[in-house]
Design a protein around this ligand. Structure first.
Ligand code: DSN
Length: 414
């Protein structure tokens, strides 16, 4: 690893090496993160980084694209096979630009859209007022039920019938429960709205049959490729054939110039990995692990928003633990457990120091951990949360974490 950087730029190579050691020696539990294969890393670092290929396969604005065409077509074919999509655009740089491309391609500025509020589990690009999407389109936000903390489909349908949006967006970044895509698509159909699912967090689970798919119901589906799908940092847009041309034009030339061909190559590699039967086992284990972790945390007296999880993610409500989200994140960091502070639905506190933390199991599952390790992780986390202001407790947890990390190494020796 890093042979050439080490020779020519020891400063950068040192920083990268430290990041590698950090990843090797922490329990990385941010639910949107993962550990890609060395094959994906190699493809990302390949000579495709040198190439410009504005346009689409066989319709480029630059010469020398015969292999860029091949790799893009391969990524598209594999994504279609993975999800059963009619049309796939693999050029989006990441999740937010992919979502913006959907709005830009299929709506006019000012059109009414319904999306899930960020504070209740949605995403910035689902219409948050500070985001471009909330400024360029007329977003009406829906959320979760205050009692169950889950999506109340009857209430959302009522809102849809009243608002009659031109598009309905569903998908979340902090929602631990199954999303009923079929129900969302039926609501959209009732008012003639375009249905748009952002499956960034759960794409890998969908591929593994561990979460229901928005296909074939949805008009448009976006996903990042680096979360549960375990590919490079990027995104794809999938849609019904009738929207294909509008989506492609929105991505290029609407929003982007040349695609990142090295990332496309890495996407092709990751999709090839996700097509293998062992990926199904992996995706299903992510959910088993999240459930096991949730059970252990609950047994330790830690409250989970909605009382548990159906997917890869857990949202912890710390209000009964005498610690804030920010304090818990810092304490867990000291104990080598990486999570992120997060608002909980109807949070009385502010986003920079909210009442919750968000965690997930994709990375630990990639390391090979199973339910018995989740039990240990739950015990370690609970000890760190309860002892957040006691350095000796955090040191003891750290030592348990380092032991676990040693048993489940990543990327081998330096
Ligand atoms: N940053 C992503 C996440 O952590 O969920 C969403 O964009």
């Amino acid at each position: 690893m890093l042979e050439h950087v080490r020779l020519t730029d020891p400063h950068v190579s040192d920083i990268i090496r430290h990041e590698l050691v950090r990843q090797q020696t922490v329990l990385e539990m941010i639910p949107s993160e993962n550990i890609v294969s060395s094959a994906v890393l190699d493809a990302m670092g390949s000579v495709f980084t040198n190439k410009y290929s504005e346009g689409y396969p066989r319709k480029r604005y630059y010469g020398g694209n015969e292999y860029a065409d091949q790799v893009e077509e391969l990524a598209i074919a594999r994504a279609k096979q993975l999800f059963g999509a009619e049309h796939v655009n693999v050029q989006s740089y990441s999740g937010s630009p992919a979502n913006v491309a959907v709005y830009f391609g299929l709506l006019n500025f000012g059109d009414k859209v319904m999306g899930m509020a960020l504070s209740e589990g949605g995403h910035l690009t689902h219409g948050h007022p500070v985001n471009f999407t909330g400024k360029a389109y007329h977003f009406v936000q829906y959320g979760v039920d205050p009692k169950t903390e889950m999506l109340d489909y009857d209430a959302i349908e009522k809102q849809v019938l009243q608002e009659k949006p031109k598009m309905i967006v569903c998908g979340a970044t902090a929602y631990p429960r199954t999303i009923d895509f079929k129900r969302f698509a039926e609501m959209a159909e009732k008012v003639g709205a375009i249905s748009f699912a952002d499956i960034a967090h759960i794409a890998g689970l969908i591929v593994a049959d561990a979460h229901p798919s928005p296909f074939p119901y949805f008009d448009v589906v976006t996903t990042t490729t680096h979360k549960t799908l375990r590919g490079p940092r990027s995104a794809i847009i999938m849609c019904k054939e009738k929207y294909a041309s509008a989506i492609d034009k929105a991505v290029f030339p609407g929003l982007q110039g040349g695609p990142h061909d090295h990332t496309t190559a890495a996407k092709a590699v990751a999709f090839g990995e996700a097509l293998k039967p062992e990926f199904k086992t992996y995706g299903q284990q992510i959910v088993k692990n999240a459930k096991a972790l949730g059970e252990q945390l609950t047994a330790e007296g830690i409250r989970l928003v909605t009382g548990g999880t159906d997917n890869h993610l857990l949202l912890v409500d710390l209000r009964n633990q005498n610690v804030t989200g920010k304090q818990a994140e810092t304490a867990l960091d000291q104990a080598h457990i990486t999570v992120n502070k997060n608002t909980i639905p109807y949070d009385p506190r502010k986003p920079f120091d909210p009442s919750g933390i968000r965690l997930g199991t994709p990375t630990l599952t990639s390391r090979g951990m199973k339910e018995s390790e989740m039990k240990q992780v739950g015990q370690l986390m609970a000890r760190a949360i309860k002892g957040w202001d006691k350095p000796a407790e955090l040191a003891a947890v750290k030592s348990g974490v380092l032991d676990l990390c040693k048993q489940f190494p990543i990327y081998g020796d330096l």
